[in-house]
Design a protein around this ligand. Structure first.
Ligand code: GLC
Length: 747
């Protein structure tokens, strides 16, 4: 994908000022720009913070014990280091007052007045929390993705934050990996569009605007390919797969102007990303033209020693800088080792200046030299609008997975509510929530109380609550036949360091559903979770199943809107739900193999799982039905065009996401059985039809051959247009050799 916007990050006027600054900076001041710290706990304690970190790393203390130690002490923001120009950036400091206080020291009291850059993980909202990114990706709505990022940026900017460590654009094909929650699912075409939309939302046209923040495309690269879905594990993959699957979202983010990139913790084919010259220089800089700066993941440079890729911290610092890692996120390796490396001639001043220049370039791009202090203030009206947007996003992100007709409920239908999660507002905020507050979050129970339909509430069971058989008995004996059962995962069972072997409902939630259904109840299940789940029992026991996800501040209101039909479910899955955990990694765009999935004995399948996934990529129901007809396909210089007629054959107006897929039927390297190549959302009234035209752009036909050449090969392409990866009309189109050559020239 051609990079269009990166040039915006290089302005001659800035480069001249940077050259001038570099000429004045001491070695310590240059190294200071590459050093990012977090506020560290201080106070009289027997064991140092570093020792506590080591105790946590090797399991001598639990995370809870470590957190208690940190929270029990004051915070040291190393003000003297700021004054002496030894710190260039902070993570984890937030609030206009705190940021401006430190910024004042840097700008007014340091020798050169170089402003600080305040970074924070604003992943899906700052105070108004939106659905987790995986949920929002199921909206298939680029305007929505951009809007929620823009709202997060405005709230973060008002807190003095200039830079978010987002969007996370890692493609994830393995639901056991907890960080699947943070991205846009398994497909690189949709993931690329989502990445670009989020960068636009965070940065706007001009990232120096008071209500915008710099973005950070992460984690570069193939973090989601962790072996076994186990976080931080190695990623061993072909370069073809790296470029065809994992790179497109980063290309798109950079084309949208992403200011920074965060390399991933993992090694890629044996070389940790933090010291991977092939990734950081050849791909990121030379091929993609990236002109912003790279920031390591937390402590990742130091961890290259633990990887076994560096002999010691000094070796790690040398390799990282040489590979193209610009800023060190609080490992301290750059602060402690770069000066000696320069003085020993093991790294050059030119290498150091290159990294410092890129950091200063982005500080200029953010406008910090002209406006170092917090400028954006939020009004009550804006915050109210943000809440409304979060409610809309939660509705759009939800996916109706099953409905035997029980939904939508008639208004004022009395319901019995069960499930501990129904009353756990804080769990609705999901992973990577820092400043969202449970008391400002609408739980499902609170929303149903507002709705005036709650005939009763019995927790009965939860992800971390054993089945209360007395409460279950009360529920079964209740006169209210319609039960809304809220089940799922705790917020911290997805996200970082949260891989699972078993992705069925945790605890005894399945038993609760089974008992209710066997007692003859009408069971409407609402799922609150951070990953695709292998939940065949829950599906079987439910009359209806609504995937709400960890839906953020307005989760409860969105649930009520959807259950009572004020909002129409329109979400479509962006990650496959497996039938059983053991099928992971499971994704729709897989090769066919020579013995594809079939009931036949000798075919590629699991004997103890059905042939098809529980819910396929792109699937989702609504409160009406749609029919597709008359698919017509043609190919010309612009690409492969598909036209299809869609009709709303039901009783209610609804949004449909028309999905276009391709399959290259014969190629020099086998191609996936399907690949998403376009989508369009349309709104149809009952009985209304629309002729939808979509185009497969030439870019989407390209792949890397066995000699790593990017090619588009002539031949027959299967085109599918329909409701999901598993449901659509198909037609074959031939691309001639001339046309293929023309396509290749265009991309
Ligand atoms: C974490 C995450 C990264 C995050 C960083 C700062 O370990 O891997 O996504 O931005 O540290 O919190």
């Amino acid at each position: 994908m051609e990079i269009k916007k990166q040039a915006d990050l290089i302005r001659p006027a800035w480069e001249e000022r940077i050259t001038e600054l570099l000429g004045k900076m001491t070695l310590d001041e240059k190294i200071g720009q590459l050093h990012q710290v977090g506020p560290s706990p201080v106070g009289g304690f027997a064991v140092s913070l570093e020792e506590h970190r080591q105790m946590l790393a090797d399991g001598r203390i639990t995370q809870e014990e470590f957190d208690a130690f940190c929270s029990g002490t004051a915070r040291d923001t190393q003000e003297q280091d700021v004054r002496e120009g030894h710190i260039g950036s902070f993570l984890g400091v937030s609030g206009a007052e705190a940021c401006d206080h430190l910024q004042h020291i840097a700008v007014e009291e340091s020798r050169l007045g170089i402003p600080l850059l305040f970074g924070l993980d604003v992943i899906h909202g700052q105070h108004t929390i939106f659905p987790i990114p995986l949920a929002e990706s199921c909206a298939w709505d680029e305007a929505l993705w951009e809007k929620s990022a823009a709202i997060a940026a405005a709230e973060a900017a008002a807190d003095g934050i200039a830079w978010t460590f987002a969007p996370m654009v890692d493609i994830a094909r393995d639901a056991r990996w907890g960080r699947i929650a943070e991205g846009a699912g398994e497909d690189s075409y949709l993931g690329a569009r989502c990445a670009a939309a989020r960068v636009r939302g965070f940065q706007g046209e001009d990232p120096s605007a008071p209500d915008r923040v710099l973005s950070c495309a992460k984690h570069f690269i193939a973090y989601g390919a962790a072996c076994g879905g186990r976080d931080y594990n190695n990623a061993d993959l072909s370069e073809q797969t790296l470029r065809e699957v994992y790179l497109p979202p980063f290309s798109a983010a950079l084309a949208a102007g992403a200011a920074t990139v965060m390399p991933s913790f993992n090694d890629v084919n044996g070389v940790p990303s933090s010291v991977n010259t092939f990734l950081l220089r050849q791909i990121l800089r030379e091929e993609l033209g990236f002109s912003g700066f790279t920031v390591s993941d937390a402590n990742a440079i130091a961890e290259c020693v633990i990887h076994g890729a560096a002999a010691d911290r000094r070796d790690a610092a040398k390799q990282a800088l040489a590979a193209g890692m610009d800023m060190d996120m609080y490992s301290g390796c750059y602060r402690d080792e770069l000066k000696a490396l320069i003085e020993a001639g093991q790294i050059t001043t030119a290498q150091l200046d290159e990294a410092v220049r890129r950091v200063l370039r982005i500080k200029f791009a953010k406008g910090l030299f002209d406006h170092p202090y917090t400028r954006h203030r939020l009004t009550a009206a804006e915050l109210a609008a943000h809440r409304a947007a979060a409610r809309d996003a939660a509705c759009a992100s939800a996916v109706l997975l099953k409905n035997d007709g029980v939904l939508p409920l008639l208004l004022k239908t009395p319901v019995l509510l069960v499930g501990k999660l129904a009353d756990c507002a804080g769990e609705m905020l999901g992973t990577w929530n820092i400043y969202g507050r449970a008391e400002e979050t609408v739980s499902i129970k609170a929303a149903l109380e507002e709705e005036g339909v709650l005939a009763g509430y019995l927790p009965c069971c939860g992800p971390d609550m054993p089945l209360d058989r007395d409460e279950l008995t009360q529920a079964i004996r209740s006169e209210t036949n319609t039960v809304i059962a809220v089940v799922g995962e705790l917020a911290d069972h997805s996200g970082e360091a949260s891989s699972l072997c078993d992705i069925d409902l945790p605890g005894e939630q399945n038993e609760m559903l089974t008992a209710l259904r066997q007692a003859g109840k009408t069971v409407i299940t609402v799922l609150c979770n951070g990953r695709p789940m292998a939940i065949p029992n829950a599906v079987e026991r439910s009359n209806a199943l609504l995937e709400l996800w960890h839906a953020g501040s307005e989760a409860g209101h969105a649930a009520a809107d959807l259950l009572f039909g004020r909002a129409m479910p329109a979400g479509r899955l962006t990650a496959t739900f497996p039938y059983r955990s053991g099928e992971c990694p499971l994704y729709y765009d897989h090769p066919n193999t020579g013995r594809p999935l079939s009931p036949g004995r000798f075919s590629s399948k699991y004997l103890d799982a059905p042939l098809e996934p529980l819910f396929p990529f792109g699937s989702g129901l609504t409160y009406t039905t749609f029919a597709y007809d008359d698919l017509q396909c043609t190919a010309d210089r612009q690409g492969i065009h598909a036209a299809v007629t869609v009709k709303n054959t039901g009783e209610r107006a609804a949004k449909e996401t028309v999905q276009l897929y391709i399959r290259d039927l014969v190629a020099s390297r086998v191609r996936p059985v399907l690949q998403l190549a376009g989508f369009r959302q349309i709104l149809l009234a009952p009985g209304q039809t629309e002729r939808v035209c979509l185009t497969v752009e030439p870019e989407r036909l390209a792949f890397y051959d066995t000699r790593m050449r990017r090619v588009i090969e002539p031949g027959d392409f299967l085109i599918q247009a329909g409701q999901s990866s598993a449901d659509g009309l198909q037609q074959t189109v031939t691309v001639s050799a001339d046309l293929a050559a023309d396509y290749l020239r265009q991309i």
